[in-house]
Design a protein around this ligand. Structure first.
Ligand code: F6P
Length: 376
């Protein structure tokens, strides 16, 4: 009996998603004679029975297209917004999976999607996931697709900012995506020749950053490029955040519901204020260095457009490896990139873990050795 595959893309979109859908679909149909349908807009499509048949025609011409032909959303099966109410819709999703006679649900996503897929696995569904995100922060895989493309875009942006920063003798603070992990800022910072790189893993001291910029100015370079991850924090903010997280853990352990809600609300406000961080840093640097400073926020530019060749290759080979595993009846795994190959990793090892930049990572040593200031 031919197997039935359901596929969905969830979380923030990422270049390479269509290449992965195509990789799974083409090999499933062509190599194994399986049937493939794609659900629209992440887990919501599975909930609302919105899907398309992924046949040869649907899979044709999508390799080079950015985004996802299926659409995506950040909906979680156990916390779906239904009107203005949040509801656990897991049961309906499980029922729909069975109504479609699916043998497996393939979920393409980042950290959140890995957790949601794992939850569905615990409800008895066969799931296989693929790691995608421009943030490169999915655990247990060498790399995620989308990262290489975003790295190229952020690097080109830093390249371009150099000439204007140089001409005006300015500091340019360029904000790169990455709330929890600094892979993109660090990678693009090194590749683009940023003078300062600030990432969430290393809280920064603004005075040390300013001093490194002044040092460059004294050496005759009155411009500097500061690449900063969205989630990078000053020492003071990092300490405050750490404190709040500790309090939250304690309150949760003691089941103090009101206190938990209160701390969560404070944390949310704090995180929202974080978006102002880059602008604040730029102003502080102006004051401390007396050099003019400007801010460039790269934002969603980093997620848009056609995937790089490396991402197309990675997404395609993970897609075909995914189909091979499904054919062999291997479920409950993420198809991880390992060197030039792929390996199944049990979902319970992936879900809830995040791959941040380790403090002894070679890229950090490289950055330091070429004189990049990391804010510490
Ligand atoms: O895709 C991951 C990510 O790009 C993060 O780096 C970023 O903080 C977030 O998505 C932005 O998400 P949204 O598009 O939902 O605003």
């Amino acid at each position: 009996m031919a197997k039935h595959i359901g596929i969905l893309t969830a979380g923030g979109d990422s270049p390479g998603l269509n290449a992965a859908i195509r990789g799974v679909g083409k090999s499933a149909i062509g190599e194994y004679g399986m049937n493939v349908i794609g659900f629209r807009d992440g887990f919501r499509g599975l909930l609302e029975n919105r899907f398309i048949r992924l046949n040869g025609a649907a899979l044709s011409g999508i390799l080079t297209i950015g985004g996802t032909i299926l659409g995506t959303s950040r909906d979680k099966p156990h916390r779906m917004m239904m009107g203005d109410q949040e509801m656990d819709m897991t049961n309906v999703i499980v029922e729909n999976y069975h109504n479609h006679n699916l043998d497996v649900l393939v979920c393409l996503g980042g950290g959140g999607t890995q957790k949601n897929a794992y939850r569905l696995m615990k409800e008895g569904l066969n799931v296989v996931t693929l790691p995608k995100t421009i943030d490169n922060d999915v655990a247990c895989t060498d790399v995620t697709f989308g990262f290489d493309t975003a790295l190229g875009i952020a690097t080109e942006a830093i390249d371009r900012l150099h000439s204007t920063a140089h001409s005006h003798h300015r500091i340019i603070v360029v904000e790169v995506m990455g709330h929890n992990a600094g892979w993109l800022a660090l990678g693009a910072g090194i590749a683009g020749g940023a003078d300062v790189v600030l990432i969430p893993e290393i809280p920064y001291d603004v005075e040390k950053v300013a001093e490194s910029i002044l040092e460059r100015a004294r050496g005759g370079k009155a411009f500097s490029i500061v690449a900063i991850s969205e989630g990078a924090m000053s020492n003071e903010d990092a300490a405050m955040m750490h404190d709040m997280e500790k309090q939250l853990k304690k309150a949760k352990k003691k089941d103090k519901t009101e206190e938990v809600a209160q701390i969560e609300a404070t944390l949310k406000v704090f995180e929202e204020q974080q978006t102002q961080n880059t602008v604040h840093l730029s102003r502080q640097l102006e004051k401390l260095t007396r050099l003019e400073s400007r801010v460039t926020i790269l934002g969603h530019l980093q997620r848009g457009g056609t995937p790089s060749a490396a991402d197309r290759l990675l997404a395609t080979r993970l897609g075909t490896a995914c189909t091979d595993l499904i054919n062999a009846g291997v479920y409950g795994v993420m198809v991880a990139a390992r060197g030039e190959g792929a390996e199944p990793v049990p979902l319970d090892e992936v879900a809830g873990n995040r791959k941040i930049v380790p403090l002894d990572h070679p890229w950090l040593n490289t950055a330091r050795e070429i004189g990049v200031n990391l804010g510490d």
